[in-house]
Design a protein around this ligand. Structure first.
Ligand SMILES: Cc1cc2nc3c(=O)[nH]c(=O)nc-3n(C[C@H](O)[C@H](O)[C@H](O)COP(=O)(O)O)c2cc1C
Length: 477
């Protein structure tokens, strides 16, 4: 099979000097996660842990903790900035590419497959406990959960955290209004108490990136991987679930998602840098079949405090999707879009806009907050003029200092929040206020502040004397 998979990605990272293999034996309980997090916080490489306890399956961590790694996954120029990768994403995702299928007997993911008592995830998969106060071992961090709308053909693939309750029982946390939650709500309305689900790990590295993207209703992430890759994914039909799953996944866990008889799940050390709160009732997977490739590699994300894997992922996929949405709305003049990984990759977005008419910047601010990407979790939209790239943070701060005025900013009192926002009281996190921080010069001003520019002729003259001035060695031009 020629399609890209996690092994292709590992090989590519290794060639680029972006991956280190750890052969020493490590413990799944805290040790593995702490090694990964400490390495990530020092801008370390992606890691393959080849010996986790007595497990045969190895673990891949820190897949996306830099723009370069994301560029390699996307097949983009390796020197691209996050903003340039977002542009790449926005362009490619306009053209979905549907997957193709092979039979399940040909699919690598079924090279090893277990049912009944043997389908016990803890027997096979080195699931880590990442943080001391986590409710347990979390299998779903770099996870892609496949479900189907009970009323249509809509297949969704989403990333939602999953806690191991025991080897046959896995909690799942699709938050309110997420696509798989909509499938669950529809199933409940039909009187169902379970729906089939498949938990997928590995396959094309873009699957996890797209599964954690808010594409909006009705779109299938498999088509978006095809769009980004410009070639179809190869799927097969799940032997237990009947759902489409990637033929080259490393690990697939199939079962029934129990949607009424909920179980307490959490807490978990979340991407905000805080634990998610006290345990709360969640849906759970009754595991029926565990399958994996020969020499499987199990991917994880350390989640937790910024700035690591999940923050880069969110910064990329949210900026790319939002940029595409603003284009779909036919809003002119968008120069660049940037979600700050340091601000968790989701709460703060900067948009650079070339204003062409009165109220243009304000239109962009409101469009961001009304979009599929921007309506959820974004609290601050910072607008800057087109002369400032959205990711040029020193100049963004300069614009905030010199072009914004508090009474030209808008506070929106009610908008959709995320249950994980620690700035809100734990029992009131559905709704948040939002702010459009307008740091643009008002378009309608006849007399705009005069920018200081250097005299171009004098610049040339000074450059020609740079060596004579003794500056060439200390400050090459
Ligand atoms: C590592 C990681 C963990 C995540 N965990 C959750 C989670 O537990 N629950 C949730 O609703 N969203 C979670 N998200 C965000 C969702 O993946 C994201 O909102 C995505 O759009 C969900 O897919 P959907 O739009 O198809 O519902 C997580 C994202 C990442 C990258």
């Amino acid at each position: 099979m020629v399609t890209k998979d996690i092994r292709w990605y590992i090989e590519s990272l290794e060639k680029a000097g972006e991956l280190t293999r750890i052969q020493a034996k490590v413990d799944y309980n805290l040790e593995l996660g702490h090694i990964a997090k400490l390495a990530e916080e020092r801008n370390g490489p992606a890691l393959v842990f080849e010996n986790v306890g007595d497990y045969e399956i190895s673990v891949l961590s820190s897949m996306y903790t830099s723009a370069r790694r994301l560029a390699i996954a996307l097949g983009a120029d390796e020197n691209s900035s996050l903003c340039e990768l977002a542009r790449f994403w926005a362009t490619r995702t306009h053209h979905p590419v549907a997957p193709t299928y092979i039979s399940s007997d040909e699919a690598q993911v079924y090279e090893n497959t277990f049912e009944g008592k043997e389908a016990d995830v803890l027997k096979h998969i080195p699931v880590p406990q990442l943080y001391p106060e986590d409710g347990g071992r979390f299998i779903g961090t770099a996870i892609s959960v496949v479900t189907k709308d009970p009323n249509s053909d809509w297949i969704n693939v989403g990333t939602y955290r999953s806690q191991v309750f025991d080897g046959k029982t896995l909690g799942l946390q699709p938050l309110k209004g997420k696509d798989s939650d909509l499938h669950i709500q529809a199933a409940r309305k039909k009187g169902l108490d379970r729906i089939p689900a498949a938990f997928v790990f590995g396959s094309d590295p873009l699957l996890f990136l797209t599964a954690s993207t808010l594409f909006g209703r009705g779109l299938c992430e498999y088509d978006m991987v095809g769009a980004l890759r410009e070639e179809p994914m190869v799927l097969t039909t799940g032997k237990y679930s009947g759902l489409p799953i990637p033929a080259n996944a490393e690990v697939v866990i199939e079962g029934d998602l129990m949607i009424n008889d909920l179980k307490l799940e959490g807490p978990f050390g979340e991407y905000t840098g805080y634990y998610s709160g006290t345990p709360s009732p969640k849906v759970w997977l009754d595991v029926k079949r565990v399958s994996y490739r020969d020499n499987a590699v199990f991917p994880i994300s350390t989640v937790g405090r910024p700035t690591t894997d999940i923050h880069y992922i969110q910064a990329l996929n949210r900026a790319g999707t939002l940029w595409g949405e603003l284009e779909d709305m036919r809003i002119d003049g968008i120069k660049s879009v940037y979600f700050l990984p340091e601000a968790t990759g989701r709460f703060v977005v900067v948009v650079s806009v070339d204003q062409k008419y009165p109220g243009h910047a304000e239109q962009v601010g409101m469009a961001v907050l009304g979009s599929s990407t921007g309506h959820y979790g974004v609290k601050y939209v910072i607008l800057v003029d087109g002369d400032i790239p959205a990711d040029d943070l020193p100049r963004v701060w300069w614009a905030i200092a010199t072009r914004s005025a508090p009474d030209r900013c808008e506070i929106i009192k009610r908008g959709r929040s995320t249950a994980l926002d620690p700035s809100l009281p734990i029992n009131a996190r559905d709704i948040t206020s939002k702010m459009i921080l307008n740091a643009t010069i008002p378009w309608e001003w006849k007399e705009k502040p005069a920018l200081i520019e250097l005299d171009p002729q004098m610049v040339e003259q000074v450059k020609s004397r740079w060596t004579e001035l003794g500056l060439a060695n200390v400050l090459p031009l």
